[in-house]
Design a protein around this ligand. Structure first.
Ligand SMILES: Cc1cc2nc3c(=O)[nH]c(=O)nc-3n(C[C@H](O)[C@H](O)[C@H](O)COP(=O)(O)OP(=O)(O)OC[C@H]3O[C@@H](n4cnc5c(N)ncnc54)[C@H](O)[C@@H]3O)c2cc1C
Length: 558
């Protein structure tokens, strides 16, 4: 059942085996899987409201409208690497978490990215091979909205058909612009057509896949917590309720943390709930370290500096943050604008869930490695997890007389942190992404721009692309290019790593390989913060697969 607020929760009558904080991808997936077992009574607590009935969430083409609604309103600290700019950093505050307002791109990353989890945690049960069945279990590949034939644009061998996360290829295409790209890949020695981005080897020109089913966004709130799941008698979803601290139980010798202090967003009513078995924190890459630090779990000295009583010295909480930075490059093109009639498109969406609003407007992207002879590797080494991991992603979209490509650095060396500013749990966390603080990253962006330039110089684009509008790393003085990048680069909203897994018994890291908080009993973390390095992909699929496996680990321990 779904409870609109804390006033409706009768914690004196109900007791819960598992209490989960955060109804995003991690939390919703775990809540769904654990409540499959009727013996488990599960409580899922979410700070935001329901996703239901919000048209901007349901219509894929309206995702840009969601910028500041249902959001925590985070702003980063001044970023030294971006000439001290502070960036607004959207993180959803609504059931489904960021899957309710993200761009829906469904990319898993490379097999090497997941093998790296095994190396970092010294636990080979985290690997592409062991996680692949979980990708399939989570996914339901469905036809594109409108039902066009998408064969030749994906490989069915890599997809699931019975999971709760609907995935589909775009409604439209191939457009003339898509066909140019396919022809260019046929003629290119550098970038070849790759049939499926989600095979574990993403490099090449690929069709995008999106978490869209029947023309609607399929968020974790729709998929993991859809229809029948919400009606389960052993699952309670408590909305508009902010978790402020996790609390130790008094009587145990080893710190046992299964209690969470919660506050009603509307009335300020405060109470605490204790899980009989486990407390699971899934508040996202910023929310999870924020909650742990507020509770006194983190670096003792740093906590004392903000007058938070340390209950468990765990220095790496909030450290190791990494994210994808992205920059837009532009070309002039011999084409005309094709405006979308939004009123007609919305009518089409309402009538039969087809049309241009069932997609986000990009059909194809390029994943590419930086050529091995590039000089930056000599000085800084190669941060990619392995040869299957691309360094750069380039989106392909035509706006008529201009072609724009977002070039993203997928393998940053820069790292940042999440800290707390005070002992007030309602104060915003201090979010420092550390963008471009490692020299590799700026150099890699230049290589990314060069890959994009070489792509559009391909013979298929002759007569179509009429010039590169820059900024051009090969013609501008170095400082001018760097300044343009620092002034214009933005986030791709893929933060991870703030409560990373590490080997059992290791002093560094926050979680053991079973996602239990080190040195504590009763407390696990299941969300993007557990992921040690940002995968070479948009991050939602990685969080789904982490949460699918976590659910099995939790079930197996009870
Ligand atoms: C604008 C945007 C676009 C993106 N586009 C894509 C994309 O196209 N493809 C892709 O793969 N990925 C994309 N992502 C990233 C992806 O959505 C995230 O990696 C993923 O949602 C992370 O899952 P999570 O469970 O860690 O956290 P979230 O999904 O963020 O969930 C955390 C939940 O916890 C709740 N919460 C936090 N603190 C508390 C508290 N104290 N008490 C109670 N509840 C709390 C939040 O309200 C939220 O619902 C995008 C993200 C954003 C923000």
């Amino acid at each position: 059942k779904v409870l609109e607020n804390l006033e409706r929760l009768d914690s004196t009558k109900e007791s819960y085996d598992f209490v989960i904080v955060g109804g995003g991808i991690g939390g919703s997936t775990v809540a769904s899987r654990l409540s499959e077992n009727p013996r488990f009574n599960v409580l899922l607590i979410e700070a935001g409201p329901t996703n239901e009935g919000v048209i901007d969430i349901a219509v894929p083409g309206f995702f840009m409208n969601l910028n500041n609604t249902y959001s925590w309103g985070h702003v980063t600290t001044p970023q030294i690497g971006l000439n001290n700019r502070s960036l607004p950093f959207n993180q959803a505050r609504v059931l489904g978490g960021c899957s309710s307002h993200n761009a829906m791109v469904y990319t898993r990353g490379s097999s090497d990215d997941f093998d790296l989890w095994g190396r970092v945690s010294e636990d080979r049960s985290w690997s592409w091979k062991t996680l692949f069945p979980y990708f399939l279990r989570n996914e339901k590949l469905v036809p594109p909205p409108g039902g066009r034939n998408a064969s030749g644009q994906y490989d069915p061998r890599f997809h699931g058909s019975r999971g709760f996360t609907s995935v589909s290829l775009p409604w439209g295409g191939p457009t003339d612009f898509d066909l140019l790209a396919i022809k260019n890949a046929e003629q290119s020695n550098e970038i070849k057509f790759n049939l499926d981005v989600n095979s574990g080897k993403p490099s090449g020109l690929v069709w995008i896949q999106s978490t869209i089913g029947n023309g609607e966004r399929c968020s974790a709130a729709v998929g993991a917590l859809g229809g029948k799941v919400r009606e389960r008698p052993n699952l309670t979803i408590l909305l508009n309720t902010h978790a402020t601290r996790v609390l130790p139980s008094k009587e145990s010798r080893q710190l046992d943390i299964r209690t969470v202090e919660i506050v009603s967003v509307s009335s300020g009513k405060k109470t605490a709930v204790t899980a009989k078995k486990e407390l699971i924190v899934s508040a996202g890459a910023f929310g999870t370290p924020h909650l742990l630090l507020n509770s006194g779990i983190g670096d003792k000295k740093e906590l004392e500096d903000v007058r938070v009583k340390s209950i468990h010295h765990l220095p790496d909480v909030g450290k190791g943050l990494s994210d994808h930075l992205v920059f837009q490059f532009t070309w002039s093109a011999n084409d005309v604008v094709r405006p979308v009639d939004t009123v007609a498109a919305f009518e089409e969406w309402q009538t039969n869930r087809t049309g241009p609003l069932t997609e986000v407007g990009v059909h194809q992207v390029i994943f590419s490695r930086i050529p091995p002879n590039a000089s930056l590797f000599k000085e800084h080494g190669d941060p990619a997890a392995g040869p299957n991991s691309p360094h750069i992603e380039i989106s392909l979209s035509s706006l008529g007389p201009q072609v724009v490509s977002f070039v993203a650095l997928l393998t940053p060396k820069s790292r940042g942190s999440v800290k707390i500013a005070s002992n007030n749990p309602f104060d915003k966390p201090l979010i420092d992404l550390g963008y471009l603080t490692h020299p590799f990253d700026l150099l890699a962006f230049k290589e990314g721009a060069r890959i994009a330039k070489r792509w559009y110089e391909g013979s298929a684009y002759e007569g179509y692309i009429t010039g590169f509008l820059g900024p051009d790393p090969d013609t501008l003085p170095e400082k001018e290019f760097d300044d343009a990048l620092k002034a214009g680069a933005g986030t791709w909203w893929h933060p991870v790593g703030t409560a990373s897994i590490s080997p059992k018994g290791a002093k560094h890291g926050v979680l053991d390989p079973e996602l239990k908080v080190k040195g504590l009993k009763g407390l696990r973390v299941v969300d993007a913060s557990a992921i040690p390095y940002v995968p070479t992909a948009h991050t939602q699929a990685a969080v789904y697969v982490l949460a699918e496996r976590a659910s099995d680990l939790i079930k197996a321990s009870w």
